[in-house]
Ligand binder design. Sequence first.
Ligand code: PMP
Length: 396
Amino acid sequence: MFDAIERVPGDAILGLIQQFKDDPNPKKVDLGVGVYRDEDGITPIMRAVKAAEKKLIADEATKAYIGSHGDPAYGEHVLKMVFGADSPVLADNRASATQSPGGTGALRLAADFIASQLPGKSIWLSDPTWPNHLGVFSAAGLDIQRYPYVDEHNQLDFEGMAAALKTIPKGDIVVLHACCHNPTGFDLSAEQWQAVLEIVTERELLPLVDFAYQGFGNGIDEDAYGARLLAENLGEVLITQSCSKNFGIYRERTGCFIAVAADTEAMEDVRSQLAITARENYSNPPAHGSAIVATIFNDAELYAMWHDELAEMRGRINELRQKFVQGLEPHGLAERFAHVAQQRGMFSYTGLSKDQVETLRDEHSIYMVGSGRANVAGLNDANMEYVCNAIASVVK
Ligand code: PMP
């Protein structure tokens, strides 16, 4: 029966990782991967995470199931991190947290919830967006539509975005990146979030805010600006959250699907459905990652340690962005790449063309995604000049 099954090409980014591994050039630079790297090119385990794990090993008393909604303590902590401890949304008890296997698991819960409970609604994604949005939403059978996010010069096209949002049929779902837009790095300003709020209110759209990088842009509270604005001012909002990046626990699969409803009654109705969606997908979420997060939040010392480490990671990325633009200054390219210093998060739409990306790879062993998306955290003091010189040679 399997002879009719066709082999499909692997993930383009995974192919790039293999090519990088096989490249013998000692100067090779990997700007393709999707994880944080420190100055030594390592994705470290955060000190607070390691300390929390030691505590967990000593204290853990059972491996019994944690339930379809996951660990309630984890859910409470995530709600406070996302909305702020004194949020009116929490005071009104209208937000439900369902722990999920990573942000991807939260997206799949959202997708299945929309497919089963809001049939006939299309889902609108920014163009470009994280490619797996397309995979997850189409796997759940949703109709996918796009709204523009960048212009022909690869700069944020907010006017185009706003104009497109104004044409979306009433009741459809619009996916917004809370911060650190993947793949572009272009985030919305406070005024632009306000404009989005006005449009979704007027058009009666349901926002799904994908929040995978809280704390990687400008700070934990700063990065939550848009998500909080929408949740405080709208009756209904969906949020998919991830602790993969801000706790550096990628492989522990730790996320949360948050449904904000008009009141507690409506929230409980939605929540009852989500338990079924979770059960039908994977029954219970994994427990280790959420236990790490809850342990850190429950311990003032560990929390302070984590908070500082997150600030270090954020500071490093934002400093690299500045240094990159400064490194291009002697080549007369600082203005052309000035947007890289304004962008936020791990990723940057550099504006390099597909051909330039290929030349960088073939002639300089610098690897990034064909769209010109670079992982800024792959830069460091040792490779910065080499990368800037190579970019200058391909754009001139
Ligand atoms: N949303 C976006 C925008 C992402 O970039 C990612 C991770 N690359 C995710 C969701 C999923 O995160 P996780 O690894 O927690 O599944």
